[in-house]
Design a binder for this molecule. Structure first.
Ligand code: ATP
Ligand code: MG
Length: 293
C-alpha cells in the first residue's frame, strides 16, 4: 500500500444489512435530495467501465432510484449500449462542458423507466482542445451539474480510458469513484496509478472525493490468474473491494449490440444477477456515507 493510496481509502464498510430492493429511495427532510455523483473510472481500456455504468445504472433504476448516466467518453459506448443511436443525440456532454447547453437540454430518456442519459456526440473527441483555454477548465462538468441540479438520486459518469481533461472533469464533479478492475497481470500497477491520481485530485481540486469501491470484472473462476489477482487486490484494498465479482459472461458482451443493458437482455444470466448484487452493495455504502455526513 502506498501512502497516497492509504489516504484515499476511508474506513471499511460493514457488508451486512443489504437493503430490500423494494424499499423506496430515501429523501432528505426537504424532500429534495441532491444526487450522488459517482464516476466509473480506470485509465486502462476495456476493463468494463461502460458495462458497469450501464448495468449498475439499470439495476439502480430497477429498484426505484432515478438515475442519470453521463457519457464522458467520445467513443459513446454508454449511449449506444443504452439504446441511443447517434441520430438520437442532438446535444450531449460536449455542449454541457463547453457551456452551449444546460443539463436539461442534453438529457435523453432511455427505454428504462427512471434512467436517462446525457449522450456523447462526435464533438466530444475535440473537447479537450476546446477546453484548454477556458477558465476553470477542470470544473466545467461540476459547475454544469450544479447550475441546474437535476432531480436524480444518482448520476453515474462513464469515463474514457485515459486520465485526460475529460476524466479530470468527471473526478472533480464526482463525490466518489467506482473502479472496475479486470483480474489480469498488471492490474495492481494500474490501480496504484489511479489511486495516486485520485489522491492528487483530492488534494488540489476536489477535497471530498472518496473511493466508493473496486469491482472485479470479467472474472473467470477457473482461471488461476483471476484468483491470484483477486486475492492480491483484496489484500491491498481490504473491504474497499466489493464482495460481488462480475463474471465473464457471454450474455453481457452480447447485450450492447442489441442496444440494451444485459439486465433487459437476459435478466437471469450470471452477469445480470452480479450487477444486481453490486447495486445493493453500492447502496449499502451510500447509506453509510449518508450516516457519516
Ligand atoms: N462481464 C463481462 N463478460 C463478458 N464480456 C464483458 C463483460 N464486461 C464487459 N465485457 C465486454 O468487454 C468489452 C469491454 O467492456 P467495456 O466497454 O465495458 O469496457 P470499458 O472499460 O468501458 O472500455 P473502454 O476503456 O474502451 O471505454 C466489451 O466488448 C464488453 O461487452
Ligand atoms: Mg467504455
Amino acid at each position: 500500500m502506498t501512502s497516497s493510496g492509504t489516504a484515499v481509502i476511508s474506513p471499511a464498510p460493514v457488508m451486512s444489512n443489504v437493503p430490500d430492493p423494494s424499499e423506496p429511495p430515501q429523501t432528505r427532510a426537504s424532500g429534495h435530495r441532491a444526487p450522488r455523483i459517482l464516476i466509473i473510472a480506470n485509465q486502462k481500456g476495456g476493463v468494463g467501465k461502460t458495462t458497469t455504468a450501464i448495468n449498475l445504472a439499470t439495476a439502480l433504476a430497477a429498484i426505484g432510484r432515478r438515475v442519470l448516466v453521463i457519457d464522458l467518453d467520445p467513443q459513446g459506448n454508454a449511449s449506444t449500449g443504452l439504446g441511443i443511436p447517434p441520430s438520437g443525440r442532438a446535444r450531449g456532454t460536449y455542449d454541457l462542458l463547453i457551456g452551449e447547453a444546460g443539463i436539461a437540454e442534453t438529457i435523453v430518456r432511455t427505454a428504462i423507466p427512471g434512467l436517462d442519459v446525457v449522450p456523447s456526440t462526435v464533438d466530444l473527441a475535440g473537447a479537450e482542445l476546446d477546453l484548454i483555454d477556458m477558465e476553470r477548465r477542470e470544473y466545467r462538468l461540476r459547475e454544469a451539474l450544479q447550475a441546474a441540479m437535476p432531480d436524480y438520486d444518482f448520476i453515474l459518469v462513464d469515463c474514457p480510458p485515459s486520465l485526460n481533461l475529460l476524466t479530470l472533469n468527471g473526478l472533480v464533479a464526482a463525490q466518489a469513484v467506482l473502479v472496475p478492475l479486470q483480474c489480469e497481470f498488471f492490474a495492481l500497477e494500474g490501480l496504484t496509478h489511479l489511486l495516486k491520481t485520485i489522491e492528487r485530485v483530492r488534494h488540489k481540486l476536489n477535497p471530498t472525493l472518496d473511493l466508493q469501491g473496486v469491482v472485479l470484472t470479467m472474472a473467470d473462476a477457473r482461471n488461476n490468474l483471476t484468483n491470484m489477482v483477486a486475492a492480491d487486490v483484496r489484500q491491498f484494498l481490504g473491504e474497499k473491494v466489493y464482495q460481488t465479482v462480475i463474471p465473464r459472461n457471454v450474455r453481457v458482451s452480447e447485450a450492447p449490440s442489441h442496444g440494451k443493458p444485459v439486465l433487459l437482455y437476459d435478466f437471469r444470466c450470471a452477469g445480470s444477477q452480479a450487477y444486481i448484487r453490486l447495486a445493493r452493495e453500492v447502496l449499502v455504502r451510500e447509506r453509510e456515507e449518508e450516516h457519516v455526513a
